[in-house]
Ligand binder design. Structure first.
Ligand SMILES: [Zn+2]
Length: 384
């Protein structure tokens, strides 16, 4: 029996690393049994795993393939024809999350040397290495021309499991390089604004943490050695709330103990931005300082920040985003965050944390779905 169309036309969601709804409830019930195996074969009653003599009686077998699932499915077959039926043509597959994002970004920069440049910072501590790529958008290569411009520093992917944020960095860079356009914005206005800006984009602050997520630790938000990079800064560092959970919020051995935070501090000190935005996912919100107190700072700058966030909320969020101080609006205080440091220590006049997407109805065990859209329509319409 040869199918009329390819497997990938039948089903595209298998390319997304997530599980069906209520999956974990069924695991707890015992009606779904999880087994890791290097090899398996089918027999009359069910399946044999890793050469076991006694077959496992099963009605349905779900193959959890991990990344590159389509490739793995294809390789089950030796026949070229059957392989083709699995893969279909390249245009039929919908791969939402790129596995080679930094390469894609580096290719994009290579196509636009007139406005984009890319550099990589590397550092290590006790055998732990980290590297962070930074893309700079500037219309003039002359340092003098750019010195008087307005400077914006944007960071994405500080938490490993928030994959969508790095996709947004790629989208933003595509817009800055004119490969994509911004909806509801004419290109002349856009051009005039961009002329006055120098923008530094950190597309993936936490590359080591992201690697863990790609290997299957879908709930991991910390760096490659278990430290939350948004608790490792010096403002009110190390203070622990009653509900402190080290899996989520481990602040590290001391302020700036982590190579990633050291790189980000160095970058922000030398660039001295007017605006800082730390882009996260998990909810839809526009935060300003403070994260470690439930109040906003006093003074004019704070007032301007608040009104900017209210405007943004109406323009891009249909008024649905949570707006205010991180500590006062998110439901818990956070100590040692990047945004509080930028505002309090580096005196960045406008310091924000944007939460660009969240699925509040997702099961708390289904981290991928909590932090990242899983269908194409939602993926293509970031709220902010
Ligand atoms: Zn986050």
């Amino acid at each position: 029996m040869i199918p009329k169309h390819s497997f990938s036309q039948e089903i595209s969601s298998y390319l997304i690393s997530t599980v069906p709804e209520k999956f974990y409830d069924k695991v707890e019930e015992g009606s779904i049994i999880l087994k890791k195996s290097k090899s398996l074969s089918f027999c009359k009653n069910g399946l044999r795993i890793d050469g076991q003599v006694e077959p496992l009686e099963t009605d349905i077998v779900i193959l959890g393939t991990g990344y590159k699932g389509d490739e793995k499915f294809k390789n089950i077959f030796t026949s070229r024809t059957l392989q083709k039926y699995i893969m279909g043509s390249a245009s039929t597959t919908v791969s939402l999350y790129s596995e080679a994002l930094i390469e894609e970004i580096s290719d994009l920069v290579g196509r636009h040397p007139d406005r984009l440049t890319m550099g990589t910072f590397r550092t290590k501590n006790k055998g732990y290495h980290a590297e962070i790529s930074v893309v700079t958008y500037a219309r003039s290569t002359r340092e003098m021309d750019n010195r008087s411009k307005f400077r914006i520093l944007l960071s994405f992917g500080q938490h490993g499991r928030e994959l969508i944020t790095t996709e947004l960095a790629l989208r933003l860079l595509s817009i800055l390089s004119d490969e994509q356009s911004m909806p509801n914005m004419d290109s002349k206005t856009m051009n005039d604004i961009l002329e006055k800006l120098v923008i530094k984009v950190v597309p993936m602050e936490n590359g080591n943490g992201r690697k863990l997520v790609e290997e299957g630790e879908l709930c991991e938000r910390r760096n490659g050695r278990g430290v939350d990079l948004n608790r490792n800064w010096s403002v009110d560092w190390g203070k622990k709330e009653k509900d402190y959970d080290p899996y989520e919020e481990n602040p590290g051995a001391g302020p700036f103990s982590e190579p990633e935070t050291q790189i980000m501090r160095k970058l922000s000190k030398s660039f001295n931005p007017h605006i800082w935005v730390n882009v996260h996912s998990g909810m839809e919100a526009l935060f300003m300082p403070y994260d470690h107190r439930n109040t906003t700072p006093n003074g004019l700058a704070s007032h301007i920040m608040k009104s900017m966030l209210n405007d943004l909320n109406h323009l891009h969020c249909e008024g649905q985003c949570v707006v205010g101080s991180g500590g006062g609006s998110v439901g818990y205080l956070a100590h040692g965050t990047a945004t509080d440091y930028m505002y309090d220590v580096l005196k960045v006049p406008m310091a924000f944390t944007f939460e660009i997407y969240g699925d509040m109805e997702a099961s708390s065990r289904d981290c991928f779905r909590m932090f990242n859209p899983v269908d194409l329509t939602t993926f293509n319409v970031p709220k902010i």
